[in-house]
Design a protein around this ligand. Sequence first.
Ligand SMILES: *[C@@H]1O[C@H](CO)[C@@H](O)[C@H](O)[C@H]1NC(C)=O
Ligand SMILES: *[C@@H]1O[C@H](CO)[C@@H](O)[C@H](O)[C@H]1NC(C)=O
Ligand SMILES: *[C@@H]1O[C@H](CO)[C@@H](O)[C@H](O)[C@H]1NC(C)=O
Ligand SMILES: *[C@@H]1O[C@H](CO)[C@@H](O)[C@H](O)[C@H]1NC(C)=O
Length: 326
Amino acid sequence: YPTKILYKDGEAAFSVSTNETITVSPEYIGSCLLLKLKKLAESHLGVPISQAVISVPAEFDEKQRNYTVKAANLAGLNILRVISEPTAAAMAYGLHKTDVSNVLVVDLGGGTLDVSLLNKQGGMFLTRAMAGNNKLGGQDFNQRLLQYLFDQIRKRYGSLPSRKEDIHRLRQAVEAAKLNLTFHNSSPVRVPLSLRTNDELGKVSTEEDGKTMVTLDEVISRELFETLNKDLFQKILIPVQQVLKQGQLDKYEIDEIVLVGGSTRIPRIRQVISEFFGKDPNTSVDPDLAVVMGVAIQAGIMGGSWPLQISAIEIPNNHLRKRNFN
Ligand SMILES: *[C@@H]1O[C@H](CO)[C@@H](O)[C@H](O)[C@H]1NC(C)=O
Ligand SMILES: *[C@@H]1O[C@H](CO)[C@@H](O)[C@H](O)[C@H]1NC(C)=O
Ligand SMILES: *[C@@H]1O[C@H](CO)[C@@H](O)[C@H](O)[C@H]1NC(C)=O
Ligand SMILES: *[C@@H]1O[C@H](CO)[C@@H](O)[C@H](O)[C@H]1NC(C)=O
């Protein structure tokens, strides 16, 4: 539905036009999502759920955290604690129980990179510095591979695919190849395409619109994937160096490095980080689940499952602003 954003009394609202115009608050939309999750958890566990621990992005300020709590309250949840995502990820590795003091959390997803420097004092995690790049992630790595395939197609057939379905299939094949290259040294890419080709080039069948069906058949090596993305992988170190500088720490003072987000599975990215710090990052927890596991551990502590553990308390950092380096 078409949506307009309204501001009234210092608060935002969405004006949505259906057959009538309704006004809804962002926290109401948030509460619908949280209510769905609450119901899923209740049906899975077979018990009613009324209390929760919730995680938010590190850069959320007090007001954003308050509205997140408000959304949860509207969904019938009493929020026992709000913790930031990097703190949750550190807890997934049990770092709240160890004697580490400086933890670096690298979160690289589909489109953004967030780096946080945490400092543990007693049972408390303090976010000491944050930096990131909101235009760097898995999609950018796919784009490089897609561009390479386009170049190969042009070289071989003298034209480029134009059908939406072909472009879509190529995108899917690129994503599949990227995932496969995490486990294999090479990955096949095989995609049928409809192209306007020169006669002598490997054509299979002619369609009535003057185009020819061909099958793109390539093998992408991990080395090629790494070469195509060399500069992008190296860019990950920019916000890493920035948080160290902001936090006034030397890289050798980092006790543990925690990786979060699907793109941190890419072997070369792990290697770039290992080489920079001279030690391996913590990778035993699924990077897509690290945050939610940490939140669950915090909830378990607060619910009394592990009475002997101190729970992680966060000192809110109102003065910290995330900086972006593109
Ligand atoms: C708009 O559509 C909904 C669902 O079809 C209906 O319940 C509602 O009465 C309609 N509102 C108006 C003002 O026509
Ligand atoms: C957030 O909520 C707390 C507790 O309700 C309140 O004391 C504080 O003033 C709120 N802060 C903002 C910025 O809204
Ligand atoms: C992944 O790569 C391996 C080795 O090249 C290949 O045998 C396999 O078919 C590929 N799997 C997919 C889903 O592309
Ligand atoms: C990962 O975290 C644990 C603490 O839970 C630690 O003992 C381990 O040495 C860490 N480092 C690596 C590289 O796994």
